[in-house]
Design a protein around this ligand. Structure first.
Ligand SMILES: Cc1ncc(COP(=O)(O)O)c(C=O)c1O
Length: 391
């Protein structure tokens, strides 16, 4: 069996990679270790590169429809990963999940309608509805000794007739939480009872760790299926975010007809050649690479957890259950948010995400991207330890 090398160091400078080439603009400095925007520093797997190179040999890149094996690869993958049997007509290409959320809000809501989100959460969940003049209402996650949980009492108390959409992060970014089936069932009951559409963003689901089973929201009950619009993608998993390839799955006929008619009318559901090629290759040949990548990431989690526990115990590692992002609780450092961010940048030379960008509950936290060779993490952890000593 082929062994992939995740230790390989690849210089991304000069490729316009946001993660490395925008450091100066966004952090004020260039010489930082980039551990922020959520893509990985691993080489895109060979089976995807080969498929793209193969297609390139033809040398005509005209208008191209979705090949049947594109749908087939998604259907088989979703069955393999989650035992979810989906039908081809439930699936549609979308040009990214963030754009998908914007399109769904445009399709199902009006300016002034309310959209519920659960901070601390992926910031476009707030920015997109706000930019579209929808009112964002908050159902903050509750942090308990066992970890984050949804606050259903608070949710029921904020719901009124203007609430039209709930944006679910499943698994949750930045906490890396794989929601239990019971949680999702209860959420579905509340949303369905109140005629609220649940947009379930499942972009991180393929990277749930083996001991944490991901449940696509639409599969947890018939009620959930009746109010769900699911977004998935191979882009995070296989490090192809720049190719822009995501898709929606909608089992409910009414929701599906409304959304897919909306997409078709605007010509927005058409994929690109390389989106189809890359997705099909990822889902046809990607299982083994993904296993190996996930193992490597889990080792990275263990490394960071142990290093910080041993050397920087003032920082608490919130252990992720999926994906390559670690939520660091830095509240014990007792720094203002601005001073915390400056500490990481100026003293440690590290570019992490400022926890407060994810909304309330994010203050005092930083988000660390560990989708990189271990040697980079080692360098980063040593730099952090050194900075702590001088603090
Ligand atoms: C929860 C979540 N949704 C969506 C995205 C981005 O998806 P896309 O590139 O398909 O818009 C990210 C990227 O970090 C994410 O973490």
């Amino acid at each position: 069996m082929k062994q992939y090398n995740f230790d390989e160091m690849i210089d991304r400078h000069g490729t316009n990679a946001i993660k490395v080439d925008m450091l100066k603009e966004l952090f004020g400095k260039e010489d930082l270790i980039p551990l922020w925007v959520a893509d990985m520093d691993f080489r895109t797997p060979d089976f995807i590169i080969n498929a793209i190179q193969e297609r390139c040999k033809h040398e005509i890149f005209g208008y191209t429809s979705a090949p049947d094996n594109y749908f087939e690869s998604i259907i088989n993958w979703v069955d393999y990963k989650y035992h979810w049997k989906v039908e081809q007509e439930w699936i549609n290409y979308i040009p990214g999940i963030v754009k998908g959320i914007g399109m769904a809000l445009d399709c199902f809501t009006q300016p002034g309608d309310k959209v519920i989100i659960q901070p601390p959460v992926y910031h476009p969940f707030r920015l997109i509805p706000e930019g579209m003049k929808r009112e964002v209402v908050y159902n903050p996650l509750r942090l308990t000794a066992e970890g984050y949980e949804m606050d259903f009492e608070q949710l029921e108390s904020i719901i009124d007739k203007e609430c039209k959409v709930f944006i679910l992060c499943n698994p949750h970014n930045p906490g890396g939480i794989v929601w239990s089936k019971e949680t999702l069932v209860r959420l579905a009951e509340i949303c369905a009872k109140n005629h609220i559409l649940v947009i379930s963003d499942e972009i991180h689901s393929e990277m749930a760790y083996p001991q944490h089973k991901h449940h696509p929201f639409a599969t947890v009950s018939e009620t959930a299926s009746s109010c769900a619009l699911t977004f998935m993608a191979p882009s995070k998993t296989f490090n192809i975010a720049g190719i822009v390839t995501s898709y929606s799955i909608i089992p409910d006929r009414e929701i599906r007809e409304q959304f897919y008619t909306y997409l078709e009318a605007r010509g927005m559901g058409e994929g690109t050649i390389f989106a189809y090629t890359a997705t099909t290759a990822a889902y046809t040949y990607g299982a083994e690479w993904l296993q190996q990548m996930r193992m490597y990431i889990m080792e990275n989690v263990r490394y960071v957890e142990k290093f910080i526990q041993t050397n920087i115990p003032q920082i608490k590692v919130y252990l992720p259950q999926a994906s390559f992002l670690i939520w660091l609780d830095c509240r014990e450092l007792q720094l203002s948010q601005e001073a915390l961010v400056r500490f990481f940048v100026d003293k440690a030379g590290l570019a992490l995400n400022d926890g407060s960008m994810f909304g309330s509950g994010g203050e005092g936290y930083m988000r660390l991207n560990i989708g990189c060779p271990r040697a980079v993490l080692e360098q980063a952890m040593n730099a952090l330890q050194k900075a702590m000593k001088k603090k």
